[in-house]
Ligand binder design. Sequence first.
Ligand code: HEM
Length: 313
Amino acid sequence: MDIYDQLKEKFEAEGQDINVHLNGLLHSKQMTYWDYIQTDALLNLQIQRTTQKDEMVFIMYHQINELLFKMILWEIEQIADKEKVSPTFFSERLGRVSRYFDMLSSSFEIMGDGMEIEQYMKFRDTLAPASGFQSAQYRMIEFASTELINLIDNRFRVSIDRDTPFSHAYEHLYWQAAGKNYETGEKSALLLNFEKRYMDDFIVFMQKYNTLNLWTKFKSLPKTTQKDIGLINAMRHYDHTVNVLWVMAHLNAAAKYLNSGKETAEATGGSEWQKYMHPKYQKRIFFPDLWSEDELKNWGVTNLEGHEIVEKN
Ligand code: HEM
């Protein structure tokens, strides 16, 4: 069939007249890079609040992070939405997701070494009570990667199971500890603002990924594939990159700035950041079943980089 007949068939199936579309082509504009990539829109989104030049580095790097978060969610969503995921499809998508997060952890020096401390300490004062903590996509990546129980604060895990309502589980997510006083129930502006904007969306998202997250999808693969050392190492690599390497890169960068004065500075979001942000306290682990007891115990304490399981004969 030549191209004309194919197009005619396509438009007829949609109840449309091919001639109208062909006439439209007579007046169409040539495609350009800037129209396709939307560079004008993209490059107009960097708005400083202060006169400090390095604030631009801070804004742009956060935006780059959000774009990569979007790429990660795009891939996880494909695994989630596919009814029968083949082992190849799963590992290829997991590989993509991992490469994006590798990029995020290995580039964090852009924050740690890429700004003058004096400038950072000036523009940060205009940002309170905002914080990267309020990145909704970051939270969505967590919900989409693992079962909810693994994101619950360690202290409350025993009181939560699969029948617990999502809104109750939400109140006990590990990150509530950044701004919630568990004795009084009072929450900081950081948390309240975040929840007002996103809580309803999060509950819907949590419901969807309750059965479609990466860990549950992994468990739906054939038993032999689940035992494949290459795949297990890829899962461990992703878990370790997100929950130790990135977390430590982030904490080290934060510490460099916030510990730079005579006294330790308060976080813009107001958390007790030294304690809250360390992986050994948070113990967030997406795939705990893939780690040994010892590795779980020493999460964030021992450096597990390059620590791959080797096939036993
Ligand atoms: C100099 C740069 C940075 C500093 C000083 C910093 C500092 C902090 C601090 C202190 C917190 C704890 C919450 C609070 O009280 O504010 C936090 C949380 C967070 N920040 Fe950053 N941050 C920096 C860069 C970034 C970047 C580039 C991102 C990327 C989007 C990011 C994403 C996050 C996320 C997702 C959290 C929540 C982590 C969790 O709940 O454990 N931060 N940050």
